[in-house]
Design a protein around this ligand. Sequence first.
Ligand code: DGY
Length: 324
Amino acid sequence: MIDGQKILITRKYPAAGMDLLKKEPFQLTFWEKDRPMTPAELAAQAKNHDALLCTLTDRIDQPFLARCSHLEIISQFAVGYDNIDIPEATRKKIPVGFTPDAMSEATADIAFGLMIAAARNFFFLHKTILTGEWGYFNPTGHLGFELKGKTLGILGLGRIGVKMAERCKSAYGMTIIYHNRNRNLSAEKPLDARWVSFDQLLKQSDILSVHCALTPETRHIFDAQAFKQMKPSAVFINTARGPIHHEPDLIQALNQKQIWGAGLDVTDPEPMAPDNLLLSMENVCVLPHIGSGTMEARDQMSVLAAENIIAFYKTGRVPHIVNP
Ligand code: DGY
């Protein structure tokens, strides 16, 4: 039953979901600054609240959970939740909600866009205009490659991976291969997708797009060894989490032309420093973690995050839960 529970809302989230919370008899605290709270601020604020609506810039780790074990629910505004120590929250019997599927279309659009941008050097060529280096039409300069008929490899054929595969199949008739811990049988048929080992994914992909969660197993899974196995013509796309690739190894692979290029919407750390080497490389396109950055996706994320809290207090059930 909703009866004045105190909810701490850690950022400015879209009104669609906040309005739902405001309609209920909660006591809401909104963090009004444009930056995330520091860990000390977050713990100090959360101490006096019953529930937390947070996102990937909030560190919900063991020290935080030790201080705030009284929390009744944590509702994460994101599909990824690597900022939260889930085993520890579970030990403390705190349910963690998240917002799956709200951003699948938006993030797949960014992966698809980065794929084209990297194959055709969009970002670097845009810079040549700004620096006055456009020059004459050059019959042999700055050539990219065509995507038709290529092989798309997906690491993590889940909600977002499927949307990326659908786009690549219908636009370019790509062959789809994927690697998951468990096969995604329901997606295989419509996509004509084939499960392959991780090594085969590296070897066979023309475009390798990352859509898995960041876990201890996937942290730095794209390291020097992995990049060495990829085709020199391959494009690496990461719209999932920065630490899934090892950045110095990626830079080396690009420098040594072990792969053709990269399109990144996520980096490690975030934000990326403006003098990062990747930003000056020809076949690299970097965006500032905007996969879910559409009005539609963000509205839906805020609705799901709010609904997780409302449903928990009305029914005891969190509709989208990480740790059932
Ligand atoms: C997520 O939801 O995990 C994205 O990275 C941010 O929207």
